[in-house]
Ligand binder design. Structure first.
Ligand code: HEC
Length: 242
């Protein structure tokens, strides 16, 4: 009995700690069933024959940035034994959370669209955007493959890099889970273009993201962003931070 109480207290505590990483406001999702809605359309940015989702560039950073803080789904002491820091840990964990081809059968997806506020992931007030959830659904539906697009020049296009089209989306998927809101990590708010640009100028942005010596490796839970993203960050600086 006591053991059970202690276990419950521990679980409650760790959930509270997990939910402490405050992100944006809680947006209830008004879906009445578990069906996913694909609002992303087909691959729009590519002339390559494969227009499926680039997992390493577009999906993994969302999970890392929003779900892998300490006490949550990190590699060290993952909540419910679900480690979301890598493709392997997601696909080959103790519990099967992704059923390739079927978002509605996948716990990973279902937890994002859960109606119960106590069960939804990430715990409120954190939340993923509708587009992010749709992208995860699309990735599962397309077979949940470990696709890395870094060497596909048709997909990884680093010409005419601008803040609005390239950099802001990178920050949103890879960094803003921690570096935004009223209490951003290290007091660095990466939704602010001025902050991002000055970090790019000083080399801190590329240094932290490419895990260079002398910089805190970001994101801290592992899972460095893919080579395409790093090339885009460099290109933005070389092309004048437009
Ligand atoms: C899971 C949460 C999390 C994510 C995601 C994250 N950070 Fe951080 N970041 C932190 C924490 C916590 C600190 C302060 C502790 C430290 O320095 O290690 C920090 C510190 C920093 C610093 C200051 C340290 C230094 O050496 O200059 C920079 C710069 C930074 N982050 C950039 C980024 C960028 C860019 C991204 C996106 C690729 C990112 N962070 C993603 C949590 C996060």
């Amino acid at each position: 009995m006591l053991r059970r109480f202690l276990l419950l207290a521990l679980v409650t505590l760790s959930i509270a700690a997990c939910a402490d990483y405050v992100g944006g406001p809680y947006h209830p999702r008004d879906n009445d069933d578990d069906e996913y809605v694909d609002t992303t359309g087909g691959g729009s940015d590519t002339t390559s024959t494969d227009s499926s989702v680039c997992f390493t560039r577009d999906v993994l950073p969302i999970l890392i940035s929003n779900c892998t803080m300490a006490e949550c789904h990190d590699a060290i002491n993952p909540e419910e034994d679900i480690d979301l820091t890598s493709y392997t840990s997601i696909m080959q964990g103790r519990e099967r959370i992704v059923v390739a081809g079927n978002p509605s059968e996948s716990k990973l997806y279902r937890s994002l669209v859960e109606n119960d506020r106590d069960e939804i992931m990430p715990p409120p007030p954190r939340s993923l955007t509708t587009d992010q959830i749709a992208l995860i659904a699309r990735w599962i539906r397309e077979g949940a493959r470990n696709r890395d697009c870094s060497n596909d020049t048709a997909v990884c296009d680093t010409t005419n890099v601008t803040y609005a089209t390239h950099i802001q989306p990178i920050m949103q998927r890879a960094c803003n889970g921690c570096h935004s809101g009223s209490n951003p990590s290290a007091s660095i708010n990466l939704t602010d273009r001025t902050v991002v640009a000055s970090m790019a100028t000083s080399g801190r942005l590329y240094g932290s993201m490419s895990h260079l010596a002398g910089f805190a490796a970001m994101p801290p839970s592992g899972g460095k962003v893919d080579d395409c993203t790093l090339a885009t960050i460099q290109a933005w600086k070389q092309q004048g931070l437009r």
